[in-house]
Ligand binder design. Sequence first.
Ligand code: PXP
Length: 243
Amino acid sequence: MRAKQQRLYVNIDHVATLRQARRAAEPDPVAAAKACEAAGADGITAHLREDRRHIQDLDVERLKKNVRTYFNLEMACVAEMLEIARRLKPQQVTLVPERREEITTEGGLDIISEPARIQNAIDSMTDDGIRVSLFIDPTRAAVEQSKKLGVPAIELHTGTYSHHPGEGAALEALRDCARRGADLGIAVHAGHGLTVANVGPVASIPEIEELNIGHAIISRAVFIGLERAGKEMHEAMRTARSS
Ligand code: PXP
């Protein structure tokens, strides 16, 4: 398959993490989103967590007004968040699992044991004109269930690969699920734990159209600035894809 152009969506949650450390006004995630866009980001992702540990309600409202590229709101599949999305109407919602005690999103959404809850959320977002993506573990069962649920997009969890980049099985699972997703007509995204050092093999999977990357870019930005950090990641993706 000829590789489609691949988009980089920058997750700016950790700009808000730094701000919330002092409950201050700076650094502003909206200003960060603008810097990422200036550096060529194709979209901006933010996760409004139920515990509001980083991104706040006002942030997502301001992001919706100010993001000029594409706004992808990550959120749990719960009534409160669905109501916020319905009101805000981001271009895309990515449904993720959420546990208060976790440090970050730890696994894919369980779409097998509670399909009705997920289906209702998908239907209601879709009726409101919001594109829905499901953050899933890279298993064939989850990809096939996503097809049954009728979502236009899935995001493959790259956490296992990121933590064990030397193990071929995790990468092979991503390749296999990306292929299966594309064969079923689903747009395939990926993300979690990707860095300049490990992004190459994932970026070069031809069916993956979009990468959502946060922590590595924001961490690197502390040393070289956000624009350069964004460009550096984009470059690493492009190099891998074109080689
Ligand atoms: N995609 C999803 C669904 C996520 O929950 C996260 C983490 O917030 C990311 C991508 C980005 O992960 P990282 O910050 O490790 O790049």
